[in-house]
Design a protein. Structure first.
Length: 393
């Protein structure tokens, strides 16, 4: 049995956002992905896994979390995932590593044939996305309402099969107008969702008219989210409803548990990468297909992942970002620097054209942090230990 000293030295998991396909069966107006017909072969998957595990071995990391996304992952057949799961287990066992698998899907392609692989590979749970009201998600040639009706049927079918569903929601102008009560009631009371997360919208990827409304006006979005936090505190918190980012922020302020959203990590460049079906490596799925100038390299080339990352000027810019923000923005004087670290680089880049600027939702974040700190009855945030130097890969 390891002692406390041993446990304190255990490194957190490394995360891989893996896009086995860039195909999609939906036509969402604000999507940041550049869709192609590319698919990852099983042979290519083996190359990716071995190189990622080599990278982890160099850094004495024992656990890998793989987030399977797209494109739309369910445009790959379930039989492909069954073989992929066997391959993942085989390679993990040979390397004495632990690998956890997580699925993010739009649910449009879900059916009973997916149940076995979701149970075996993904622990009988999956993540999906829906907005309220739905203004921008649609099936090809269809309307947002048709998409929503289909999605609701698929979610109900999966829940009746015993699959746990988590939902990501992106607020839009209609969300703010409808209000937090209608939003909460739709997901929790009507659909029975017990775990969902609210992400801020940003104008990533190819320019489209709908993206001109992003980012949303901070005051309106702040009011909506603070009202949602109040509703969650009164009706959901003690009833087992989890709403991100509120639940994890509350855990941080109450217990010091720093398991926050990726947008508030100390330096995302040191915690995860994304790989698409062509082998392109980038910081996350927000970058890999949309911004080729910020790709780190190609993992299918004859190069190790360690060398690929070490040689990348783009990755070096990500690593420099936290220290740069302390010197060029007002972040050093912020009470919540140790939580936020300047926010999300892709939100900064898509709005300001520069990742070395702070997140455009800075004022919104500070209001949420203050509300959750007050809900906790105290606070434990500190600026102690903030480094202005990039971490060596």
């Amino acid at each position: 049995m390891p002692d406390e000293r041993d446990r304190s030295c255990v490194k957190p998991p490394f995360s891989l956002i893996l896009l086995p396909t860039l195909r999609c069966n939906a036509d969402c107006e604000y999507c940041f992905e550049t869709r192609t017909e590319d698919r990852l072969t099983l042979n290519q998957l083996a190359v990716v896994l071995r190189k990622v595990l080599d990278y982890m071995q160099d850094r004495q990391i024992d656990t890998l979390s793989i987030y399977w996304q797209g494109g739309e992952v369910m445009t790959q057949p379930p039989e492909w995932f069954e073989r992929a799961h066997e391959l993942v287990q085989e390679i993990a066992t040979a390397r004495e590593k632990r690998i956890g698998n997580y699925l993010q899907t739009n649910m449009i392609g879900y059916g009973p044939k997916w149940k076995p692989v979701i149970t075996e590979m993904f622990g009988n749970s999956l993540g999906t996305s829906m907005d309220f009201p739905n203004l921008h998600r649609r099936v090809k040639g269809g309307t947002p309402q048709q998409y929503q009706d289909l999605w609701e049927r698929k979610v109900l079918e999966a829940r009746e099969a015993g699959i746990e569903i988590g939902v990501i929601a992106i607020p839009n102008a209609g969300t703010v107008e409808a209000g937090a009560e209608a939003f909460y009631s739709y997901f929790v009371d009507r659909l029975g969702i017990r775990d969902f997360q609210v992400n801020t919208p940003f104008p990533g990827g190819m320019s489209k008219a709908v993206k001109c409304a992003h980012p949303l006006e901070t005051e309106d979005l702040s009011r909506f989210l603070l009202e949602l936090a109040d509703i969650w505190e009164k009706r959901g918190r003690d009833a087992g409803v989890r709403i991100g980012p509120f639940d994890k922020l509350l855990a941080y302020f109450e217990q010091g548990t720093k398991d926050l959203l990726c947008i508030w990590r100390e330096n995302c460049a040191n915690e995860f990468v994304c790989i698409d079906p062509r082998g392109h490596v980038a910081q996350c799925d927000c970058w890999v297909s949309s911004y080729p100038e910020y790709r780190f390299g190609n993992i299918l080339d004859p190069v190790s992942l360690s060398d690929l990352l070490r040689r990348s000027d783009a990755r070096r810019e990500f690593q420099m970002r936290p220290g740069s923000l302390i010197q060029t923005e007002e972040c050093l004087d912020c009470d919540y620097l140790a939580i936020c670290h300047g926010g999300c680089p892709v939100r900064a880049y898509s709005v300001h054209g520069d990742i070395l600027t702070k997140d455009p939702y800075c004022d919104l974040y500070k209001k949420i942090f203050a509300r959750m700190e007050a809900m906790s009855g105290g606070g434990c945030h500190t600026t102690a230990g903030i480094s202005t130097e990039p971490t060596v890969p």
